[in-house]
Write a protein that binds this ligand. Structure first.
Ligand code: IMP
Length: 456
């Protein structure tokens, strides 16, 4: 018997884990650590542009689309409607997991998620290339403030994310997961869409003979057949879990400063990566989410273009990049590196209503004589502690730093009170500035190199 709608259900627990910077904060490790306490892990945004690796019993697994809950037997791993799904990438991930003997029967895929097709990836790449070589904007005396002169590219992962979300909004040129199971409709949609895509791609200089719509159709149909057992209305599935008192863990992909509405637009991704994306991307209203873990690194990184006030293109930046292995999981690109930006961090804490924080990679800046943290910007001669998600305005921001003493190696510390005094000062400074407690501290890649407040 199902619970009547008016009956008082047991109180479910919903936690969200979100990145507070420009991505790659180490969310995968936190999610893997806390998943045992949840019944389902749910992705709500992004696509195969995200990437994290999880080390299980010494084996490294790279995931882009599948929620990391898949490694925990008996848990559901849900890809919500807000995700854009590249069927080839998803099937590759499923095959790789199966080859390692991992049971993937807990995976659920929303029938309303939108499908990334070959023309989306072609458009992403072709647009980026065209934007790179665009004629300079502005004059020699007054160049564009975006950095890179006439280079207007966003620095995307070229996974077709932006074009797929564009088509989602455009509606008439979009394919949803449910369509993969409807052969006639699918053929119709693919034929219609190609009529629009072909001339657009050709005008951008793309060789359209590389895409054959019949092959696109055959592949999409075949992918649908393989994915059929996991395709479902995930909204009902999630609400059924909530009604029976089960707990959900929402896994944010990309990160807050890449949020299409609240990030450093236009140098962002195309989805709502902050917690604000959860309701629309899953159908679970925000009132259920009572616990938000904001994940950030002891310094900042960013991949792709866009303003980055605390960027260090010097020896300090190189030191952090090498020690933190700051190269993209999805694209292998070297990440841009900078000091911790507390103005941006406090903004992200506010936006997500982060109730607790996880401070990652604290071991990486160890050995530096001093650490700087940005506590304000100076924009056009005025000091402000407010973050500006407007890229043009942010690009004018000069960071105002507070300098704190450096600290030695901390990789062996297992409790907060084992950390050197200078390191604890760094942590406390952050907590005071952003007004949220740091609950989890990571001092190395291993599970044991993580201290939770409960232990301290
Ligand atoms: P897209 O999401 O591929 O369209 O890329 C848009 C911007 O977001 C680019 O600057 C990417 O480098 C960045 N981006 C997207 N996903 C991630 C991520 O998971 N980590 C870091 N940067 C990301």
């Amino acid at each position: 018997m199902t619970t009547p709608a008016h009956a008082q259900p047991p109180t479910p627990r919903c936690t969200a884990v979100v990145g507070l910077q420009w991505g790659d904060e180490g969310k995968g490790k936190i999610i893997d650590l806390i998943t045992p306490a949840f019944d389902a892990v749910v992705r709500y945004n992004g696509g195969a542009n995200a990437g994290h690796s999880v080390v299980i019993k010494g084996v490294r697994h790279a995931l882009h689309l599948i929620p990391s809950g898949i490694f925990h037997p008996g848990k559901k791993a849900v890809i919500g409607n807000g995700v854009v799904v590249d069927p080839d990438a998803l099937l590759r991930e499923l095959d790789a997991l199966a080859a390692k003997g991992i049971d993937t029967s807990g995976l659920r895929l929303s029938d309303r998620a939108h499908v990334v097709l070959p023309w989306h990836k072609a458009e992403d790449e072709t647009r980026e290339n065209a934007l790179k070589t665009a004629p300079p904007v502005g004059t020699e005396d007054e160049p564009s403030p975006h950095g890179g002169g006439g280079d207007r590219s966003i620095g995307t992962t070229k996974r077709g994310i932006g074009p797929t979300y564009s088509d989602k909004a455009a509606r008439s040129t979009s394919v949803r997961v449910a369509d993969l199971l409807r052969p006639e409709l699918l053929r119709d949609k693919i034929t219609t869409t190609w009529r629009f895509k072909k001339p657009t791609l050709a005008a951008l200089g793309y060789d359209t003979s590389q895409i054959n719509p019949d092959t696109v159709y055959d592949n999409a149909l075949a992918a649908g057949q393989r994915l059929r057992p996991m395709i479902t209305d995930t909204l009902y599935e999630l609400h059924d879990l909530l009604r029976s008192g089960r707990s959900l863990l929402f896994e944010g992909a990309n990160a807050t400063l890449l949020d299409v509405d609240h990030g450093t637009y236009p140098f962002v991704t195309s989805s709502n990566c902050s917690v604000l994306g959860i309701p629309a991307g899953t159908g679970v209203p925000g009132k259920h989410i009572t616990d938000v873990v904001g994940v950030f690194k002891a310094y900042s990184t960013r991949v792709g273009s866009g303003p980055f006030p605390t960027e260090q293109t010097n020896e300090t930046g190189n030191y952090i990049r090498e020690r933190g292995r700051e190269y993209g999981t999805t694209t292998g690109r070297p990440r841009r590196v900078g000091w911790l930006d507390l103005v941006a961090l406090r903004y992200a804490v506010m936006l997500n209503a982060a109730s607790r924080l996880a401070l990652m990679l604290l071991d990486v800046p160890a050995g530096l004589p001093e650490l700087k943290v940005c506590t304000a910007y100076e924009i056009e001669g005025r000091r402000t502690e407010r973050f500006s998600p407007d890229a043009d305005r942010l690009a004018l921001g000069r960071p105002v730093y507070e300098t704190l003493p450096g600290f030695p190696d901390i990789t062996a510390a297992r409790h907060r009170d084992e950390l050197p005094e200078q390191c604890r000062r760094y942590i406390e400074f952050i907590e005071r500035y952003v007004g949220a407690p740091i609950d989890i501290i990571s001092v190395g890649p291993d599970r044991e190199q993580t201290m939770a407040r409960a232990q301290t």
